[in-house]
Design a protein around this ligand. Structure first.
Ligand code: TIU
Length: 220
């Protein structure tokens, strides 16, 4: 067990039983012309976390640890997209509509690809998820349990939507979660700050937060 300098107290890190979970670092959310922009957001502010994510991914790969990449995505016939999700609000483009990067949030379309800087490698888990949480309607839990994974280190976007939802789902399933503060971002800075606070409040009620530097130090 290695102690990672974290909040609200040191994270008791067991690298042999930990997976790195990278949430939805796909073009839809990071680049103009995708789902994030269709919802009215300034997507450019998300790309600032990419170098820190690359450093952590590189170190994790060097140790041979399990890497899970998720993509928020739907089948081309939208059979796994509830109408309540597709029809809500007044986005410029809805899920399934054709945009500059192909059909919005549809599996296999250019916009659904993970950004090249963090592209998955052979042997890593790539998980398509129809919900905000990565455990809903996916095989994630069984895939982690068959590898005896007990701890999840989280990076990705957006902090208060898919990252927080997944972290809460993981917490309820008995995993210990560590969210890397400089490897996650939101379209709304106050929402990111609030999420970090609520994750670690009440004695790590949902989990821990730490900088990528603190994790890299522990991995050395
Ligand atoms: N809109 C927003 O902030 N996020 C999402 O819709 N999905 C994810 O967080 N991946």
């Amino acid at each position: 067990m290695i102690a990672v300098d974290a909040q609200p107290f040191a994270f008791p890190f067991d690298p042999a039983r930990a997976a790195l979970v990278i949430i939805d670092m796909q073009r839809d959310f990071i680049e103009p012309g995708g789902f994030g922009e269709a919802l009215g957001n300034d997507v450019r502010r998300l790309e600032a976390i990419v170098p820190a994510c690359q450093r952590v991914l590189g170190a994790w790969r060097a140790r041979g640890g399990l890497v899970v990449h998720t993509r928020e995505s739907h089948a081309s016939d939208l059979s796994d997209c509830p109408p309540a999700k597709r029809l809500r609000g007044q986005p410029a483009l809805r899920i399934g509509d054709r945009g500059p990067m192909g059909r919005i949030l549809v599996r296999g379309e250019p916009g659904n690809a993970i950004i090249p800087e963090l592209a998955p490698r052979a042997g890593e888990v790539v998980l398509d998820k129809p919900g905000k949480g990565a455990f809903h309607a996916t095989s994630l839990d069984s895939r982690l349990r068959e590898r005896d994974i007990a701890q999840l280190v989280f990076m990705g976007v957006t902090t208060e939507v898919c990252v927080q939802t997944t972290m809460r789902e993981a917490n309820d399933r008995g995993y210990e979660g560590l969210l890397l503060e400089d490897c996650t971002e939101s379209y709304f800075p106050p929402f990111k700050a609030a999420t970090l606070e609520m994750v670690r409040a009440q004695g790590a009620i949902v989990g821990w937060t730490a900088t990528s530097g603190a994790l890299l130090e522990a991995l050395r």
